[in-house]
Design a binder for this molecule. Structure first.
Ligand code: 26M
Length: 822
């Protein structure tokens, strides 16, 4: 009672209560009695932010001044952070204290957590990976800054109307964002348009400079990124674009009020919205502006800190290791050159050596249609100085290529940074490859296929630049926070250090054969399924049976991910029931969850198909609730945290050789779901770890896929010869699913019958027999639970801590900096 309470830093319940009351009064202007749930959410968050800041400022004071410390800078157009409140409470290890504090003040803690509108600043896997990596960097005490864009509107909210996806603007900032701190004093200017010219400086040196036609201001907003049970705290710095002056006064004075206001709007547009496409490149000018905007802001920011601490420009790479998250920030290679040449006045050779030792590049895709290339005219009009620099990089690079491969003109044109096939383009992957000292894929198969296919020439040129770093996920958010039941069970049996050292889960292996443990494990799962069932009931009105198998596919809707293969299985079961209503079918609830890019016709039609199948199956008397199909709207991190803990079966069924890694596959297995999957991406490594006998494998391998395609693959032949498949395809076009409209789903079935680029029909028979084995296994609950426990016990490798350790040791060459705090 006599202990002094620090209202800004104290971590016990009494201090937290005082801090909340204080923020309610001074930030929200209310007493606890009159506070709304949003007031409470904000006050609790501000109280927490105070505590994070204390750690964050100490970390960076120490780190920036120390010459010997190299910081990691993670450049990413997307950070799919998810809700902050719960995760920060876990990191500070005060979840229970805060819950009690809030409860004793008379508020419902669960509602307070639910009040948070998550920042949806990413599309899917790539953006979520960036956030898992920020969590691990902080938890491993690696000094790091994440740099990106503070989109005013994140990924759209999804609603389903009449079975179709409808996109709603994501106004995530509408009730205020308590986690960020604006730092307008650290704003920077970014040039666009105009021309370049030569000039001589004071000492007669001939230089080039960029005379832009307009300038945009970038304002940084910082969000703390606390490590788990450690003292140090990193941050995420996101840039918002604004006009340099609130009005263009020259236009204003000439009476062109309209133009002056338009210029302001144009500038602000850059950080207005996240493009909702993934896996498909679209050459939009605004997108290139976004990429250059955040790259330039971030590099200027790093250079400023470097010079302020007495660093020399040519030593930039000793202070900063910059990771390019795909090619979205690849323009940074040319931008750092511009800064070193034009602003720091270094000579080309020194500048290029510094640049090449600064960057490393992660590729996330195998789909050729996803590779970014910008039309030359667009690029030149927007970034004339950068194009000039890219030409010079290219000239010198191609000279080197010629020396290495004197006879080979083809390799020259393939490696060129400029594509000249009719129209001309700037190839961003080539820029990233030439400017980086390390290039990595995100799973072992992905890296092998990269080296064999799209980056093969780069291997000939730079064999030592290539690495594999298999993706990982943070166990703090995806187990400790989202699956408290499982976490408690694990901790009770093997102690509480596993969230930091996930390989310790191995100690659970003996419990896979312990009846008592397995019973508790089963109870945790059923409780998680009950929670999800009640959410499903509340939000979409469908009643599902928590003791049925939850068969789940959650990810972006994409043809290569093959949600429609899953649908073919559901309809196969349905037709089996229709032809024999008394057939023995293991009860299953099929759950789909995912967004489609708004311009992706086939993906949107797939959503309609899933909903149509759901309508039919869920209301068919003969089915008698043995199968249910649920399309849950609006997949995001908040919803994701509900679903992984409640899944029994994880669908990872992409065409082999298409999914770079997948990370949802890891979240499911770590929460005790079994996987049905192809030999694709990280599935292969998951299967290696959990044991072949604990993984349901089916489908062609990546090399068989190529082979089948080369041998005049004929999907119609399979269609004609497989009776169940034949009936299912005919059923889709019977009109029963579509109010008599036999054409609605024809684009899907035609695509399968005439071409089938993702080989659904080739894999169909294998998938169905594998699903039959899944059903057989499910009958033996004891066996199933043994397999599930073994999955959890053997997933340690897929902690993002392991991934980040790999990056630190092999690519960045950085070490932890252990901050000591009282
Ligand atoms: C590009 C240009 C314009 C607008 C948007 C984009 C774009 C945005 C996101 C392109 C791709 C984007 O994401 C791709 C992605 O999420 N890839 C996934 O990355 C994961 C993390 O490595 C892998 O696990 C997945 O296999 C891979 O599909």
């Amino acid at each position: 009672k006599m202990k002094m309470c620090n209202i800004r830093t104290g971590l016990d319940k009494a201090c937290l209560k005082e801090a909340i009351i204080d923020h309610l009064f001074y930030k929200q202007g209310c007493e606890p009695e009159g506070a709304s749930i949003n007031d409470v959410y904000l006050a609790v968050s501000y109280a927490l932010r105070d505590r994070l800041l204390h750690h964050g400022l100490k970390t960076f004071d120490a780190v920036l001044e120390d010459e010997d410390i190299r910081l990691v800078s993670y450049l990413s157009a997307e950070f799919l952070m998810g809700p902050q409140l719960g995760a920060n409470l876990i990191d500070l290890n005060i979840f229970d204290e805060m819950r009690q504090a809030v409860t004793e003040l008379g508020f419902d803690f669960k509602l307070v957590l639910e009040q948070e509108e998550e920042p949806g600043l990413g599309n899917g896997g790539l953006g979520r990976l960036a956030s898992c990596y920020m969590d691990s960097l902080a938890s491993l005490e690696i000094p790091a800054i994440g740099y990106g864009i503070r989109y005013e509107f994140g990924i759209f909210d999804q609603e389903i109307k009449d079975g179709w996806q409808v996109e709603i603007t994501d106004k995530w900032l509408r009730y205020g964002n308590p986690w960020e701190i604006a730092r307008p004093e650290s704003s920077v200017n970014v040039y666009f348009g105009g021309y370049t010219e030569q000039y001589s400086n004071e000492i007669g040196k001939v230089l080039r400079r960029w005379v832009p036609s307009y300038v945009v201001k970038g304002i940084p907003y910082d969000t703390s990124e606390m490590g788990y049970k450690v003292a140090s705290c990193n941050f995420l710095r996101l840039w918002k674009s604004e006009a340099i002056e609130s009005f263009d006064f020259s236009s204003f004075n000439h009476g062109d009020y309209y133009k002056a206001v338009m210029d302001k709007i144009e500038s602000e547009n850059i950080s207005k919205i996240l493009y909702p496409n993934d896996e498909l490149y679209v050459g939009k000018q605004l997108r290139l502006k976004q990429q250059y905007f955040f790259s330039s802001c971030s590099l200027q920011d790093m250079m400023r800190m470097h010079l302020e601490n007495q660093g020399k420009p040519q030593d930039f790479h000793k202070k900063w290791a910059i990771q390019l998250n795909d090619t979205h920030p690849a323009i940074s290679v040319a931008e750092l050159m511009r800064i070193l040449l034009d602003e720091c006045k270094l000579d080309w050779k020194t500048a290029w050596e510094t640049t090449q030792q600064t960057f490393s590049y992660t590729n996330h895709t195998l789909l050729p249609e996803a590779l970014e290339k910008w039309p030359l005219d667009l690029f030149k009009a927007l970034l004339p100085r950068l194009l000039e620099i890219i030409y010079e990089i290219n000239y010198r690079f191609l000279e080197e290529v010629k020396r290495r491969f004197p006879e080979d003109n083809n390799i020259l044109s393939r490696l060129s940074l400029i594509e000249e096939t009719g129209s001309s383009y700037v190839r961003m992957a080539n820029l990233a490859c030439v400017g980086s000292y390390a290039i990595n894929g995100v799973a072992s198969l992905h890296t092998e296929l990269l080296k064999k296919n799209i980056l093969n020439d780069w291997v000939s040129m730079y064999p030592d630049k290539f690495y594999n770093i298999t993706n990982g996920i943070t166990p703090r958010r995806f187990v400790v926070l989202s699956n408290p039941g499982l976490s408690k069970l694990i901790t009770k049996n093997i102690g509480d250090t596993w969230p930091q050292y996930l390989n310790e889960l191995k100690k659970l292996e003996p419990f896979a054969y312990d009846a008592n443990f397995k019973e508790q494990f089963r109870q945790v799962k059923i409780e998680n399924k009950r929670i999800l069932s009640s959410v499903i009931k509340d939000r979409i009105g469908i009643v599902v049976n928590p003791s049925s198998m939850f068969d789940v596919q959650v990810k972006r809707i994409h043809e290569y991910k093959r949600q429609h293969l899953n649908v073919l299985h559901i309809l196969t079961l349905y037709l089996r029931i229709k032809s024999n209503p008394d057939i023995e079918i293991q009860p299953r609830t099929f759950i789909f969850w995912g967004k489609a890019a708004p311009g992706y016709f086939m993906a949107k039609l797939l959503i309609k198909l899933i909903n149509s199948v759901g309508n039919l199956v869920n209301n068919d008397f003969d089915v008698r609730d043995r199968i249910k199909v649920v399309f849950f709207p609006d997949f995001n991190v908040k919803n994701a945290q509900l679903i992984y803990p409640a899944a029994d079966l994880s669908e990872q069924i992409s065409t082999s050789g298409k999914e770079a890694s997948g990370t949802g596959n890891m979240k499911f297995a770590l929460n005790g779901a079994l996987t049905i999957g192809t030999l694709d991406g990280a599935n292969i490594e998951i299967r290696e770890e959990v044991g072949y006998e604990n993984f349901f494998l089916f489908g062609l391998t990546a090399s068989q896929v190529i082979e089948v395609k080369q041998n005049n693959y004929d999907p119609r032949f399979i269609y004609e010869n497989n009776m169940e498949l034949n009936a299912v395809i005919k059923f889709i076009n019977s009109g029963i699913l579509s109010n008599g409209d036999r054409n609605l789903f024809k684009p899907i079935t035609d695509n399968l019958l005439y071409g089938d680029p993702y080989l659904l029909l080739a894999d169909y028979p294998l998938y169905i027999s594998c699903q039959d084995i899944v059903a057989e296994t499910w009958k033996d609950k004891d066996k199933w639970n043994t397999m599930a426990v073994l999955n959890v016990a053997r997933m340690g490798k897929f902690s993002s801590d392991r991934s980040i350790n790999d990056y630190c040791e092999n690519i960045w060459k950085v070490k932890p900096f252990k901050l000591k705090i009282e």
